[in-house]
Design a protein around this ligand. Structure first.
Ligand SMILES: Nc1nc2c(c(=O)[nH]1)N[C@H]1C(S)=C(S)[C@@H](COP(=O)(O)OP(=O)(O)OC[C@H]3O[C@@H](n4cnc5c(=O)[nH]c(N)nc54)[C@H](O)[C@@H]3O)O[C@H]1N2
Ligand SMILES: Nc1nc2c(c(=O)[nH]1)N[C@H]1C(S)=C(S)[C@@H](COP(=O)(O)OP(=O)(O)OC[C@H]3O[C@@H](n4cnc5c(=O)[nH]c(N)nc54)[C@H](O)[C@@H]3O)O[C@H]1N2
Ligand SMILES: [Mo]
Length: 749
């Protein structure tokens, strides 16, 4: 903290509200008279090295927006009427406590679902509250097939025994200058658009750093033309949802041509022969016919990736959203495994939370120690989906989203009475089959929404709205791979509170053990930071970040050094100690232990009749840097860059449909129709269209039935459900739905 002409400077880490991100950047916040006046990237921070995104630069407009929620609110009119009255925090807590206790006494704690959105600073506080209340049902409700990151995580854990990320030197203090680091010769970027997204604990610009500083070449697996694909050595413009076939086709080339790392495969993998046999089903000619990618390109890309040393693979959301996303992710895991690109510099390194600190208890042992065996047994018995999908039981302890909404609707096998929604504007954002979600959630007896602005979800559903803080207004901590970070509070806005503060207070009221265990939230933070042998204050004093020390959370070649397995023997953290190309975990879950391809539920191939009626493949939700999901529509600097929800249409397709730039159109299918403004663009294939997700109009009427225009603009009304994956994970149809266009004959639809 430095004082200069009345300006205080706070160094902090970003995460969640404001930037609205998956976090990690170091930023400097300038504060004058208790008010944030400016944000600048922190050059000393190894993550972003001084860089800042448009959303963080607009933070002052976000924090001090006139529509910002700054007090707890209680609904006073009918649900959806939009009438709320301010109440005090203690009234709000009292009311929630009374309602939640009554439901728990009557129907059991599992009758309340705790709903979160993407990986903001929310996993810690929401699981803390749910566990202390006693409910096993935390869910990314609406996100069909849990199709974000979970399929990739499951595949990595089941194959390598750990999670992996493309290595851009992010675990090393000196970054690219560290002598231990090597730039990858090639980076295979698969179904991800890193520059605007910075997703999943990865700063997107690291890829650009590798290209510029290290000369890394790019292979891009991407149906659209993007900034990155236009700079790629090879761009494989595949048909959406056919990634599984392409991955198996590349494995086929690499194995048939003997381009894999034979020594590594022999020493460190099991199941190679079975994989070899499986990939024979996917010769390049067949894969070309499935994917629409020319055969020569498939072969050339496979050869380039396999012969480059080192080569990295960076992947994204499109992998999870493919049908059988878990299986696609498994095939991609095999690409880096059989080429020996795992746990080495510039390849895919094993990623563990720095210093072994997690924001909430992950392991069964820790949960049992905190909540007791009985709680855990009841949880796994009652968790929605645990009886149907082994991965809900054996891998990720979240209620299955598609089954959860069906249970809310049907009341079977047990009734759901309430939802605690925190960091999810699901009616404008993640919910596929949006109307079904809306109607089912309307049946709930009690709904709390914790957010920063009113939006379609608060308006339609909330009985209580609690005002959350941005990252500039809260103390917190972050551990998503490396570095370990803390977030320090610089200012207060209204009566807003951090998610941790809110949930700590609620948890204390709902479970007396909480108060006995921790006097304050800060004590809880310090307890979790103890693995790093540090405290919150010490972390602030050292600039808010710490890189992993030598040992189990720092690369490289930990499998050779016996740093990955609990018993300290060399090898990977799987039952066999080797990378399981034929996965015993998948076998145990009743899934195919080898990767395979499945055609999307709707496609020119699987549903030719539907395709005749709806001849365009809709890619929805490709990110842009100025918006984070449904957020930021009210922020002037950001909205100015993208005032209307656009649909990218190839000029030939537009001409055939009689459409011109700027026309308003309906995108439609059997589920409904949604408005978009036409943008002619050569970036899309003529048989595909691309559009942004998360649209609503904060400037329009909020009360029902209008709900800020959500029914006019929410693209997910057209996304069918339930998910289409056998494992239950992956296969949300957000990138593969079939649609058509029709012109709207008005000025603005
Ligand atoms: N600015 C901003 N950043 C974000 C977010 C945001 O809303 N805004 N959201 C965050 C979240 S939760 C996530 S999950 C990540 C997502 O970020 P990424 O993982 O980078 O994924 P997307 O940008 O959704 O899509 C990546 C690319 O996949 C392409 N694609 C579409 N369909 C297919 C397909 O079938 N196969 C292949 N191979 N490619 C396909 C799209 O054209 C797109 O360019 O971003 C995070 N970061
Ligand atoms: N069509 C289509 N739909 C998609 C996708 C797609 O690619 N295509 N992507 C999907 C994916 S991958 C994901 S992960 C989901 C994500 O979806 P969500 O993460 O649910 O995103 P939002 O709908 O923007 O809802 C987030 C809400 O949380 C609030 N918020 C932001 N920060 C904080 C905070 O720190 N605390 C609290 N309490 N609230 C906060 C915001 O104001 C906003 O109202 O969307 C999915 N939706
Ligand atoms: Mo996501």
């Amino acid at each position: 903290m430095k004082r200069d002409k009345g300006i205080q400077e706070f160094k902090t880490s970003t995460w969640s509200a404001g930037a609205g991100c998956h976090g990690g950047c170091g930023q400097k916040l300038q504060v004058k008279n208790g008010r944030l006046i400016k944000v600048e990237g922190n050059e000393e921070h190894p993550w972003n090295q001084g860089r800042a995104c448009p959303r963080v630069l607009a933070l002052t407009q976000f924090m001090y927006h006139p529509d910002r929620l700054t007090q707890p609110l209680k609904r006073v009119g009918a649900r959806g009427e939009g009438k709320f009255a301010p109440i005090s925090w203690s009234e709000a807590y009292d009311f929630c406590e009374e309602k939640l206790k009554a439901i728990r006494d009557r129907d059991g704690a599992e009758a309340v679902v705790f709903v979160q959105g993407t990986g903001r600073d929310i996993g810690g506080p929401i699981t803390f509250l749910a566990n202390n209340y006693g409910s096993p049902n935390v869910s990314q409700l609406g996100l069909s097939g849990q199709s974000c990151y979970t399929p990739r995580l499951a595949a990595m854990k089941s194959t390598v025994g750990d999670f992996c990320v493309f290595d851009a030197s992010q675990f090393l203090e000196k970054r690219y200058d560290d002598p231990a680091y090597s730039y990858p010769e090639v980076i295979l970027v698969w179904g991800a658009n890193p520059p605007p997204t910075c997703a999943d604990g990865f700063f997107g610009h690291w890829i650009v750093d590798c290209m510029r500083r290290g000369g890394s070449q790019i292979i891009c697996i991407e149906p659209r033309h993007t900034w990155l694909s236009s700079r790629a050595k090879y761009h494989l413009q595949l048909r959406p949802g056919t990634d599984g076939a392409l991955a198996l086709g590349m494995l086929n080339v690499i194995i048939q041509e003997g381009l894999y790392d034979q020594a590594f495969v022999e020493r460190w993998t099991v199941g190679f022969d079975r994989l070899r046999k499986r990939v024979q089903e996917y010769p390049p000619a067949r894969v070309a016919a499935i994917t629409w990618v020319p055969e020569e390109l498939i072969v050339a890309a496979a050869r380039l990736y396999a012969t480059a040393k080192p080569a990295g693979l960076h992947w994204g959301l499109a992998v999870d959203m493919a049908p059988e996303g878990t299986s696609v992710a498994q095939a991609l895991t095999h690409l880096w495994s059989i080429t020996g690109n795992v746990d080495i510099p510039g390849g895919n390194v094993i990623a563990r939370p720095s210093h072994g600190v997690t924001t909430y208890p992950y392991t069964t042992e820790e949960l049992v120690a905190l909540f007791g065996q009985e709680h855990m047994d009841r949880a796994s018995q009652k968790r929605i989906g645990a009886d149907r999908y082994p991965m809900v039981k054996g891998f990720r302890a979240w209620a299955h989203p598609d089954l959860t909404i069906e249970q809310i609707d049907s009341g079977k096998p047990y009734p759901i009475r309430a939802a605690w929604i925190q960091s999810a504007n699901l009616l404008a954002g993640q919910a596929a089959r949006t109307k079904f979600h809306y109607e089912a959630l309307k049946k709930l007896e009690f709904v709390v929404v914790v957010d920063l602005f009113h939006n379609p979800t608060t308006m339609a559903l909330a009985d209580i709205v609690l005002p959350a803080a941005t990252f500039a207004e809260k103390d917190s901590f972050r551990s998503w791979w490396a570095p370990l970070g803390v977030i320090q509070k610089a200012v207060q806005v209204g009566e807003c509170k951090s998610d941790w503060e809110i949930n700590f207070e609620m948890a204390r009221r709902l479970n007396p053990d909480v108060g006995r265990r921790y006097a304050t939230v800060m004590e809880l933070f310090n307890r979790r930071l103890a693995n790093a042998d540090t405290t919150f204050d010490q972390m602030v004093a050292r600039g808010c970040w710490a890189m992993p020390p030598e040992g189990a959370t720092k690369p490289y070649r930990r499998h050779e050094r016996g740093l990955l397995r609990p018993d300290g023997s060399p090898g990977f953290n799987t039952p066999s100690g080797k990378i399981e190309l034929w996965s015993t975990a998948f076998e145990g879950w009743g899934l195919d232990p080898l990767p395979f391809y499945r055609e999307p539920a709707q496609s020119p191939v699987s549903t030719p009749e539907l395709f005749a009626k709806y001849p365009l493949i809709l890619i929805s939700g490709s990110r842009i840097s100025t918006l984070f999901h449904s957020e930021h529509r009210m922020i002037p600097w950001l909205r100015e860059k993208h005032p209307d929800p656009l649909v990218d249409i190839h000029p030939d397709t537009a001409r055939d449909s009689g459409l011109r730039e700027g026309d308003w159109v309906y995108i439609e299918n059997d589920l409904g129709r949604v408005r978009r403004k036409v943008k002619l663009s050569l970036t899309v294939h003529p048989q595909m269209i691309n559009t942004v997700h998360g649209w609503w109009m904060p400037e329009e009427e909020g009360a029902e039935p209008h709900l800020f225009g959500v029914w006019s603009y929410q693209i997910n009304q057209l996304i069918p459900g339930p998910q289409e994956s056998g494992s239950g994970f992956g296969g949300g149809q957000y990138k593969t739905t079939l649609v058509r266009l029709s012109r709207i004959n008005e000025e603005k639809g």
